[in-house]
Write a protein that binds this ligand. Structure first.
Ligand SMILES: Cc1cc2nc3c(=O)[nH]c(=O)nc-3n(C[C@H](O)[C@H](O)[C@H](O)COP(=O)(O)O)c2cc1C
Length: 191
């Protein structure tokens, strides 16, 4: 059993990244029937702005400690991260910054797959590269294929065939291969 935590970095009820995350989880489950998946609300995932002086003076707050302890249970991750100004949303990175000050680092060595849906054609690849760099710098094992869906409002369908079937096949294959890769990595590192 692998415990995978999933989160879309958007507050919007109609978030295209949350829709893509849900789609990806739906594709993952048949390939990883023994994995337990937990979807986190972004409102729960984000934390107060990181303040190094306050942390040193007052220590870690209960809110941050609880988040850390919860995420220590995750053995793999899936993030759907909107592209904000060619990077990830600042609040998303803020949580990664908080988690990075704990020793041992609960993100280190954890397999993660990244997704991004955007209304623009480029599909958020620059934001994905930034997000990858951040997560690798805290030791996460980022799956080589990052899923980017440009013009998501036109291309993506929650159910049935996408308007670009080749893109859907790429996404489906990447999810399937992540299950094999993530399990190998998890059992290799923990065994
Ligand atoms: C502050 C901000 C910056 C954005 N920057 C980009 C960008 O650099 N590239 C892009 O393709 N879309 C950008 N967008 C548009 C988002 O991709 C779009 O709002 C998307 O729907 C957000 O994801 P969500 O639907 O999951 O909330 C930006 C949106 C916001 C609010």
């Amino acid at each position: 059993m692998i415990s995978l935590y999933a989160c879309a970095a958007s507050h919007r009820a109609e978030s295209i990244n949350r829709a893509l995350l849900d789609y990806a989880l739906g594709k993952l489950r048949p390939h990883a029937p023994t994995w337990q998946t937990t979807t986190l609300d972004y409102a729960d995932f984000i934390l107060p702005p990181y303040d190094d002086a306050k942390r040193i003076a007052e220590g870690i707050s209960p809110e941050v400690q609880q988040a850390h302890d919860r995420y220590a249970q995750a053995q793999a991750w899936m993030f759907a991260v909107p592209e904000y100004n060619s990077s990830c949303p600042g609040a998303f990175k803020n949580t990664i910054d908080w988690l990075s000050v704990f020793q041992p680092n609960v993100l280190s060595g954890k397999p993660v797959i990244l997704l991004c849906a955007t209304p623009s054609e480029r599909g958020g690849v620059i934001g994905l590269m930034h997000t990858r760099q951040i997560l690798e710098s805290v030791g996460m094992m980022v799956y080589p294929t990052m899923i980017s869906v440009g013009k998501a409002h036109e291309v993506f369908r929650r159910e049935g065939a996408w308007t670009k079937p080749a893109k859907q096949t790429l996404v489906d294959d990447a999810i399937k291969q992540f299950c094999t890769w993530g399990a190998l990595l998890h059992h290799g590192l923990s065994g």
